[in-house]
Design a protein around this ligand. Structure first.
Ligand code: PAF
Length: 289
């Protein structure tokens, strides 16, 4: 595996592969590689002969400076894990490469309606920073496809919207959330949980699954289900920011939807957990649509 730090070498490497007709896949990450990332690598490998993994803890998508400062950075362990999984190149640019004129002088991508609710409501500027850095990475690597996890369901929707609106020639692949044995979605932030909080954490996904069953009828009372689960999680020791149903495109749910998703963000001690659960809407006799 090649370890690349500058844009010129990255571009030359990728151009060399492209010249021989090889397909290229990008997996953008912020590092601290875990099994969830490695499954994205496997999915990328299934799509392309060459896999590039970028590792960049992007300052512009953090809404809290302390979260940026303490975000786990483990480049050598990441390199070992990615190399063992057959990654061709690990790209670890610094801030000067990604934001050559500084964070204030940079041009930003401003995603609109898909980004203004849910995470966008609680993390101002997050999707602007995320969309900007992902667009830069897509420009640098110019991959045939890029792979993202569905855990960050809204992030995936925002990335798809940006790619569509900016006419970027890349296929976006979404991969189902990778979970621990007890259902907790894998995330680098899980390591902030104390042992007691870690034991409680799977309740978030259990609540999403239960809400998914309860919310699967076309006319289900979704606001009441949301309120019930948010309250139950708060009573259990979480601090819920949102627990909401949307349709698969993240618009407010309607009886005619074929598919819905229930999404949540909740603090547990010092860890902010996010998760989501997409599900089909049951089509009973006499149900419209
Ligand atoms: O999901 C992440 O790790 C980040 O938001 C991403 C896509 C790498 C952009 O910084």
């Amino acid at each position: 595996m090649q370890r690349l730090v500058d844009a010129a070498t990255l571009r030359a490497t990728v151009q060399g592969w492209r010249a021989t007709g090889e397909r290229i896949a990008l997996v953008p990450t912020m590092g601290n590689i875990h099994e969830g990332h490695l499954r994205l690598v496997d999915a990328a490998r299934a799509q392309a002969a060459r896999v590039v993994v970028s590792i960049f803890v992007n300052p512009t998508q953090f809404d809290r400076p302390d979260d940026f400062e303490r975000y786990p950075r483990t480049p050598d362990a990441d390199a070992d894990a990615l190399s063992a999984r057959g990654v061709d190149a690990m790209f670890t640019p610094n801030v000067e490469i990604m934001y050559p004129h500084g964070l204030d002088m940079a041009a930003y991508i401003e995603p609109t309606h898909s980004a203004q609710q849910l995470e966008g409501e609680f993390r101002p500027g997050h999707f602007r920073g995320m969309a900007t850095v992902v667009t830069k990475l897509l420009n640098l690597v110019q991959p045939d496809c890029a792979v993202f996890g569905q855990k960050d369901y809204q992030q995936l929707a925002v990335v798809r919207a940006v790619v569509r609106e900016l006419l970027l020639p890349v296929q976006i692949v979404g991969l189902a959330t990778v979970r621990e044995a007890d259902g907790l979605a894998m995330s680098s932030r899980n390591q902030y949980l104390t042992p007691a909080e870690r034991a409680l954490a799977p309740r978030l996904y259990q609540a999403l699954q239960a809400a998914g069953q309860e919310g699967a009828a076309a006319e289900a009372p979704l606001p009441a289900i949301e309120a019930y689960h948010a309250r139950a999680l708060n009573d259990a020791g979480f601090r819920v920011e949102y627990f909401r149903f949307r349709n698969a495109q993240l618009a407010p749910p309607a009886p005619a939807d074929g598919r819905r998703v229930v999404l949540a963000a909740a603090w547990l001690g010092k860890a902010r957990l996010i998760d989501s659960h997409p599900f089909d809407v049951a089509r009973g006799q006499g149900t419209p649509g």
